[in-house]
Ligand binder design. Structure first.
Ligand SMILES: [Zn+2]
Length: 211
């Protein structure tokens, strides 16, 4: 399966879908592409964010993940909607994903919502699921749950820890990440899970297109 992860900002994918990303990396049978739209170098706390991104890119490429990073302006992706749509079209042609994992359309961050809308538009013939960003998805309602092991939750926390500039953000704290995994797990009676919202699934039977 060809899986495309889409994130507006650096660490969005790790935060919202890091457990599934680590699960797929360990599975080693999927072609994974990681697309990030903004490096977020404009924020004062991000003075060394490029070093963090290098560490993350090294980890991902060492694990056979194709990393595509762009530097659209943080918080102003809406001003570049056309270019972003064109970029997603070219990624679609190149990657030909079977599954796209992107932001949630009711996310209250304008960049996240823009990317969700453009993803839905461009990948209209592809299975798409959305991840939650804790801080900007207050009404998130998961309807697909990825079962995570303790080791996969730990791997997600270790991946997030590569972002030293983001370590003090409360929503990236290991306890918060673990608590959310436990809470999503409780919803479906398993120890740990990551919650997603299904936008569209195309397949030959229930759950067939998902990892
Ligand atoms: Zn973001």
């Amino acid at each position: 399966m060809r899986v495309l992860f889409v994130g507006a900002h650096t660490d969005d994918i790790e935060h919202g879908a890091g457990g599934l990303l680590c699960k797929l990396i360990a599975k080693r049978s999927d072609e994974i592409t990681y697309l990030c739209l903004s490096r977020c170098t404009d924020i004062p706390r991000n003075a060394t964010i490029l070093e963090d991104q290098e560490a993350v890119t090294r980890f991902l490429t060492a694990n056979r993940v194709a990393v595509v990073m762009h530097d659209f302006p943080n918080r102003r992706l809406g001003q570049h909607a056309f270019d972003i749509r064109e970029l997603l079209e070219s990624v679609k042609e190149e990657v030909k994903p079977d599954l796209v994992i992107t932001h949630w359309v009711k996310d209250i961050h304008q960049d996240h919502r823009l990317l969700a809308e453009e993803s839905f538009r461009v990948f209209r013939n592809t299975s798409v699921i959305s991840y939650e960003c804790t801080r900007s998805c207050p009404e998130f309602a998961a309807n697909y749950f990825v079962d995570l092991t303790q080791a996969e939750v730990d791997a997600k926390i270790e991946l997030l820890a590569l972002y030293k500039t983001q370590a003090n953000l409360y929503y990236n704290k290991p306890d918060v990440v673990r608590a959310l995994a436990i809470m999503r797990g409780v919803e479906v009676g398993i120890p740990f899970a990551e919650g997603y919202s299904i936008i569209r699934l195309i397949g030959s039977g229930p759950c067939a297109p998902l990892p």
